[in-house]
Ligand binder design. Structure first.
Ligand SMILES: [Zn+2]
Ligand SMILES: [Zn+2]
Length: 190
């Protein structure tokens, strides 16, 4: 959701090697969550998606707080990213913030090829609504594909149905699709 640093040039994308995405959980998460994200990201991005293990919650998070600053998550992911073209998606169950924002659904840092998404606010239960695992999973896949789109050089898209459209709220997230519009696809070289 929060687009943080300048875009990378698109030069070289779509070339020979298939895109590889590594999923890393940060803090404890039910294993099934990474499984459906792996499926969703593979389907929407045509990427090779590998399970990349688990990192502890960053030590720099303030004790006794219910929200964690997001940038240390990106730094922790960048520190374990192997050299090469692989891009990293961290997935955490804790609620994230970023400077100047009350919360973020996700953060992407194209220069380090790392992004993180927070699942905390994607559960209907967070808003006192009944459980809805299907809706939760759809939201999580959209957030994942959106942040990975930023890592691949895409900015926000004016097409409200495109996964790269900016979501002001979860209603926007629920309305958009999990895939890229034609213009974004073209930029990705697909
Ligand atoms: Zn965004
Ligand atoms: Zn688009």
């Amino acid at each position: 959701m929060f687009f943080w640093l300048p875009l990378l040039a698109l030069a070289g994308l779509g070339a020979a090697a298939p895109l590889t995405v590594r999923l890393i959980s940060v803090g404890s998460l039910p294993p099934a969550i990474l499984g459906f994200l792996q499926e969703g990201v593979t389907r929407e991005l045509g990427a090779v998606v590998r399970m990349g293990g688990n990192l502890p919650l960053p030590a720099s998070c303030p004790e006794g707080r219910s929200q964690y600053p997001g940038p240390p998550f990106l730094a922790a992911l960048a520190a374990v990213r192997p050299p090469g073209e692989e891009i990293i998606l961290g997935v955490t169950g804790v609620d994230l913030t970023a400077p100047g924002l009350n919360f973020v659904f996700g953060l992407a840092d194209p220069p380090s090829r790392c992004a993180v998404i927070s699942l905390a606010r994607l559960y209907p239960e967070f808003y006192g609504q009944p459980r809805d695992p299907r809706r939760f999973k759809a939201r999580a896949v959209k957030e994942a594909v959106h942040e990975l789109g930023h890592l691949l050089g895409l900015g926000h898209c004016p097409d409200p149905a495109c996964v790269m459209s900016f979501s002001n709220s979860l209603a926007d997230t629920d309305q958009k699709g999990p895939g890229f519009c034609g213009a974004c696809r073209e930029k990705l070289g697909k």
